[in-house]
Structure formats: C-alpha cells, structure tokens
Write a protein that binds this ligand. Structure first.
Ligand code: 9UX
Length: 69
C-alpha cells in the first residue's frame, strides 16, 4: 500500500529530509522516499493513512501538497 504525494516548496536536500521526517511521524507510515527533482514523496503504509493527516504534516513542515495519488 503506497501513496504518492506531490509537493511544492522543496528546494534543497535538507527540505527533502524535513519532508521525510514529517511523514515518518504519521502513524501507519512504514517508509518514506522523497525526491527533490520529481517534487514528490512516496510513502509505504502498514494501514491506511488519511490524506488530510498527510497534508497537515507537510503543511506544518513548511511545504505544500499539490496532489495525493
Ligand atoms: Mo535549506 Mo531547503 O534552508 O528549505 S532546508 S532550502
């Protein structure tokens, strides 16, 4: 079970780390891989994670979610 999150605002590799750290704190997120060039992050989940929880976590980290697939 994965979700792909399209994110605006990541401009450096520290941004990537911030996004990954924020997503890893969400219950049910097993692993995270964010990609600077592709402006996205892919999460693997052990249980379904609410899109709103993802948006809130990214927002609090200072980035913007454009789309979740
Ligand atoms: Mo460096 Mo990325 O300040 O925001 S973490 S550009």
């Amino acid at each position: 079970m994965t979700k792909t999150i399209f994110i605006e605002g990541m401009t450096c590799n520290n941004c990537v780390h911030h996004v990954e750290a924020a997503l890893k704190e969400i219950a049910g997120v097993k692993s995270v891989k964010a990609d600077l060039a592709e402006k996205k992050a892919v999460i693997e989940m052990s249980q379904d994670v609410d899109d709103q929880d993802i948006k809130n976590a990214i927002d609090e980290a200072g980035y913007q979610v454009k789309e979740i697939q």
